[in-house]
Design a protein around this ligand. Structure first.
Ligand SMILES: [Zn+2]
Length: 160
């Protein structure tokens, strides 16, 4: 078991783009195993390789007892939009509401290098969108919506 140290906001690797994995080899499998250990140790729902200092397009998620490895994930369809509070292991102590698609279709390779196409919804869809952002060097704090600013506009002529 190897729990890797987490990179936190301010580290340039979190703002870097991860590279596509060309083939799943021994080294890739070792990275995946260490990412799973790190995710569970931190009781997270998802982890992107950037968060442990590795610029490869690898995501591990663990939701409702299902563990899924997504290599080179790409969202090919999106549906719906929902605002929900999010946090991030790389941004300790901060939370904020982020709009995300409610349902997504994702193409990716699994640990056996097989091409997959799978639909995810609700929490899994949210976590995967969050992790794919990491692979692109984006953080949830870039997308946080100030709920108070989304309040309906005042009627014309109202006085404050
Ligand atoms: Zn995160």
């Amino acid at each position: 078991m190897a729990v890797l140290p987490l990179k936190t906001i301010g580290d340039p690797i979190l703002r870097s783009k991860a590279k596509e994995v060309e083939n799943v080899n021994e080294r890739t499998r070792e990275i995946i195993k260490n990412m799973k250990d790190t995710l569970h140790e931190n009781e997270g729902l998802g982890l992107a390789a950037n968060q442990v200092g590795i610029l490869q397009q690898i995501v591990v998620i663990s939701i409702e007892d299902e563990e899924i490895v997504l290599i080179n994930p790409e969202i090919v369809e999106k549906e719906g939009r929902k605002l929900m509070e999010e946090g991030c292991l790389s941004v300790p102590g901060r939370q904020g509401a982020v709009p995300r698609a409610e349902e997504i279709m994702v193409e990716y390779r699994n640990e056996e290098e097989n091409q997959q196409r799978r639909k995810f919804s609700d929490l899994a869809a949210r976590v995967i969108q969050h992790e794919i952002d990491h692979l692109k060097g984006e953080l949830f704090v870039d997308k946080v919506v100030d709920i108070s600013s989304a309040a309906p506009e005042k009627e014309p002529g109202s006085v404050e």
